[in-house]
Design a protein around this ligand. Structure first.
Ligand code: MSP
Length: 517
């Protein structure tokens, strides 16, 4: 067994009634960057994503598509699996709630909730939104000018449901949930969401309907198969199915409790209220942290299938390149806030941050080395104050980025890295190595060593965000595979190492119309 500390990170599992758009790509991207960072940082990582395939919404969508629910789920689930390749995600597994092992986990969890005395049979009479797969109290809904009743918070239509139902005694869990939040201030991030969840729980919790009888596409309740488990109870369980539940002797059980459930702000209540209550009732530990990010809108509007305005990640990647898209999504908007998607902003970042700042730093430094330093890492001579200042800033970056990512502050991590890139570009201008060629070639060599070493450190840290481009830059610096982890962060570049021919990694984006001129 390895003694490395584990890091278990999960995405929400995606409903299979919609094809993936950049909103979905965003959640998984954030997890992918964390998973890659933690692997490079020596952690034993388990990164899980997958699809949520049961419930009334999927049953209805399958019927509309003229397919049996399983065939429909197979088809749409595959489009989420395809997204992994398109976006270069690195999950350790892709889970589907239609897997046998998941039925077993859900039913085992149910039996624990029953044994704890937290489940009782009753009758549900109230409003339900199929789109949100959520129950709403009358006061959380309103009737619009079109006479249709909708949930105020989500705008989704609700329907009246009256049927026998099992309930989970959520009302009995308020105090224990509040104690959990108090004791673990990091349980919910960002802080604004923590306050939102705490005031919701303080407002008093209603018992939760956890089974339905009006459709059949889902996990049957043990001993009463007319009842299908509420799709959220089923879906949340995926996180422990993956760890082998109920077999706590499973090798994957070491990953529980999860270090982080990454979710969008719309599903925080399910993860921060219902899920820890289910787990504690079953005698299991709650996750260590749930972080809720904001939403991407398109011209101020929600992206949705019905509006047909979802941006297809594959189309973006084709148009602008994979790594620029990965960079943009995490750099543009402070993680946790909402943002409106704009191609102009994407192109602006691509040209300014990637082509001009980072790309140009690499390109001009590496081409001087190729031309004037004999295609080798140049010798490091006497170091000046300016050299030390730049090298120190690059050296300190690992701790800074680590701390930012601990808080899921992707935009801050990238800003910190790009400040050092800007410093390095200023350093090139100030040192003017091209002028030193004639006057002081020994000093020129040292300047080029300092630049190459700075690029190495920066690039090691950019790897989780832009894996392909950084691999190319590290190849150009002849960094061996085993020197690309953070354990090798302080292993300085060795003078005399032969370098391959440099090649630009971040071309400027030119509008196709302009390019044709
Ligand atoms: N199936 C549930 C999750 C169950 S987890 C146990 C679900 N699925 S979803 O497909 O509707 O949404 C999955 C994730 O995508 C959510 O975190 C949601 O916030 C995110 N996004 C969907 N649209 C989004 C945007 N427009 N912008 C950012 N994220 C968005 O909910």
């Amino acid at each position: 067994m390895s003694g490395r500390s584990t890091f278990y990170v999960t995405t929400p599992i995606y409903y299979v009634n919609d094809v993936p758009h950049i909103g979905h790509a965003y959640t998984t991207l954030a997890c992918d960057v964390l998973a890659r960072f933690m692997r490079l940082d020596g952690r034993d990582v388990h990164f899980l994503t997958g699809t949520d395939e049961h419930g009334q919404k999927i049953e209805t969508a399958a019927a509309a598509a003229g397919l049996a629910p399983q065939a429909y789920a197979d088809k749409v689930s595959q489009s989420f699996r395809d997204l992994l390749g398109t976006m270069n995600y690195s999950p350790d597994n892709f889970i589907r709630t239609t897997e046998k092992r998941h039925y077993a986990a859900c039913q085992a969890l149910w039996e624990k909730l029953v044994a704890a005395g937290d489940i009782y049979l009753g009758k549900y009479a109230g409003w339900y939104s199929v789109r949100d797969e959520t129950y709403f109290a009358e006061g959380e809904t309103e009737v619009g000018p079109d006479k249709k009743r909708r949930a105020i918070s989500t705008g989704a239509e609700v329907e009246w449901v009256e049927e026998p139902s099992y309930f989970f005694k959520l009302s009995a869990w308020s105090e224990r949930l509040l104690a959990l939040y108090e004791k673990n201030p990091r349980f919910i991030g960002p802080d604004s969401r923590r306050n939102e969840v705490m005031s919701f729980v303080r407002g008093g919790l209603q018992d939760l309907s956890v089974s339905r009888t009006s459709f059949s596409w889902g996990v049957p309740v043990p001993g009463d198969p007319k009842h299908i488990m509420y799709v959220w109870l089923d879906a949340l369980t995926n996180y422990i199915t993956e760890c082998g539940y109920p077999d706590t002797g499973n090798p994957n059980w070491k990953y529980w409790p999860a270090d982080l459930h990454m979710v969008g702000k719309d599903i925080i209540r399910f993860h921060c209220v219902f899920w820890p209550a289910f787990l504690m009732s079953a005698g299991l530990e709650p996750p260590k942290r749930v972080f809720a990010h904001g939403w991407w809108t398109i011209e101020g509007q929600r992206m949705s299938k019905s509006l047909g305005n979802g941006i297809n990640p594959a189309e973006l990647v084709n148009a602008y390149g994979l790594d620029p898209v990965r960079y943009f999504l995490l750099r543009e908007v402070p993680f946790g806030n909402d943002g409106d998607f704009s191609r102009r902003a994407l192109i602006g970042r691509l040209n300014a941050d990637l082509a001009n700042a980072y790309g140009n730093l690499c390109q001009r430094s590496l081409s001087i080395i190729a031309k004037s330093c004999g295609e080798q890492v140049p010798p490091k001579g006497a170091i000046t104050d300016a050299d030390t200042a730049l090298l120190d800033r690059a050296r300190r970056l690992l701790a800074i980025v680590r701390a930012e990512l601990e808080e899921q502050s992707f935009h801050k991590a990238l800003t910190s890295i790009w400040e050092v890139i800007a410093d390095a570009n200023r350093y090139v201008d100030a040192q003017a190595p091209w002028a030193l060629a004639k006057t002081d070639p020994v000093r020129r060599d040292t300047v080029m060593w300092v630049l190459a070493e700075t690029i190495r450190r920066v690039t090691l840290l950019v790897q989780p965000f832009m894996p392909d481009s950084t691999a190319k830059i590290l190849d150009q610096l002849a960094i061996p595979a085993d020197a690309r982890t953070f354990a090798a962060f302080d292993r300085e570049l060795e003078s005399g190492t032969t370098l391959p021919k440099p090649q630009g990694v971040f071309p400027r984006f030119v509008e196709p119309a302009a390019a044709a001129d």
